[in-house]
Design a binder for this molecule. Structure first.
Ligand SMILES: Nc1nc2c(ncn2[C@@H]2O[C@H](COP(=O)(O)OP(=O)(O)OP(=O)(O)O)[C@@H](O)[C@H]2O)c(=O)[nH]1
Ligand SMILES: [Mg+2]
Length: 323
């Protein structure tokens, strides 16, 4: 059985099939559908083929370094099979993408066994932090976890109320910072509240900040420090919320955020509105930071744990035909 057939078989058993397929529809049009078109002109894995493949990978926002690496590995692999068919070349391609992602194993999400687990959400303006906090709350509540929100975006007018409203809707208590006050104070209050009430998960929503504003980046470091004083090991997770539609620019944002805080994971939002699905591979290959969740819409239920096989299948659906 070929790699793509096995991928399909695994995928058909997944619960989230439909959500993945519709969320990655645009990415599939740029990637899988365009690759499929190449079968009509296929004469083997030669320079022409690799050049076209590079273009498709770049359009999917895999980034030049990762695209070159994929092409080089495919070229080497096909040297062993000089009369490779298009179908088998595609099998090798997707398998190589999986190998590249898996080369550095994803560290699991850290949960505090002796008290509340603190999760800090950071990112640039409008990336989807507050919405992601709501989505995470929805997910953890589904698993019967007691969740607390900390509205630590004291900077943007209306930001505290935005999270408080989600709190009301989802029945999650919201510890509010003071508008224009020190966001670290809200983190301290939130951690204390969570300890007192025996909460399981503390979701800290922070203000959008540009990565080139050093004052704001220092503020982020402070939030990390004060959390550690309240709860051992906190924040147990510091996740960068990245808007997938920004593509390669998101990658450079991530590099800078990683310098100011110990970035442990990424939530990739707005995947539903972009063809740039390849950014997942670029992030993993360049930053070695796991993508834990993907945002596939604006509602609390539109968050899914990232699953490599479902992702690969969703962006390449259709390539498995023609064995
Ligand atoms: N389609 C889609 N829209 C999303 C997703 N995540 C967030 N959004 C939308 O993006 C916009 C910004 O989301 P917010 O959660 O307010 O972003 P933020 O990072 O908190 O923004 P600031 O607090 O201003 O920095 C909203 O209109 C959200 O509904 C997603 O996964 N898919
Ligand atoms: Mg916000």
């Amino acid at each position: 059985m070929s790699f793509l057939s096995k991928l399909k078989e695994k995928f058909t058993k997944k619960e989230d099939k439909a959500v993945y397929l519709s969320g990655f529809q645009k990415s599939r049009q740029t990637f899988g559908d365009q690759l499929n078109q190449m079968k009509y002109t296929f004469h083997g894995v030669d320079d022409d083929f690799l050049e076209q493949l590079t273009i498709i990978l770049l359009e999917s926002d895999v980034g030049i370094e990762t695209a070159d690496e994929i092409c080089e590995r495919l070229r080497k692999k096909c040297e062993e099979y000089p009369s490779v068919t298009f179908h088998w070349a595609m099998n090798f391609l997707i398998e190589i993408m999986k190998q590249i992602y898996e080369e550095v194993p994803d560290a699991p999400i850290v949960y505090n066994e002796n008290g509340p687990t603190v999760i800090l959400l950071e990112g640039v303006n409008g990336s989807g932090k507050t919405t992601s906090a709501a989505k995470l709350a929805h997910m953890y509540k589904f698993y019967d976890k007691r969740v607390v929100f900390v509205a630590a975006d004291t900077f943007r007018a209306g930001a505290i109320e935005q999270l408080a409203k989600w709190g009301e809707r989802l029945n999650v208590p919201c510890i509010k910072g003071r508008e224009n006050g020190d966001p670290s104070a809200a983190i301290v209050d939130g951690c204390r509240f969570a300890k007192e009430k025996g909460a399981d998960i503390v979701l800290c929503d922070t203000a959008g900040r540009l990565q080139n504003k050093s004052m704001l980046m220092n503020e982020l470091s402070k939030m990390n420090r004060v959390a550690a004083k309240e709860i051992e090991g906190a924040p147990h997770n510091t996740w960068l919320v990245l808007d997938a539609t920004t593509g390669q620019n998101g990658l450079s944002q991530a590099e800078v955020f990683a310098q100011s805080t110990k970035l442990t994971g990424i939530i990739l939002t707005k995947m539903d509105g972009t063809a740039k699905g390849g950014i997942v591979l670029a992030i993993k290959n360049k930053l070695h930071v796991p993508v834990y969740f993907i945002g596939l819409g604006e509602q609390p239920q539109d968050l899914r744990p990232f699953d490599l096989d479902s992702y690969l299948y969703s962006i390449s659906e259709g390539l498995e035909y023609g064995e």
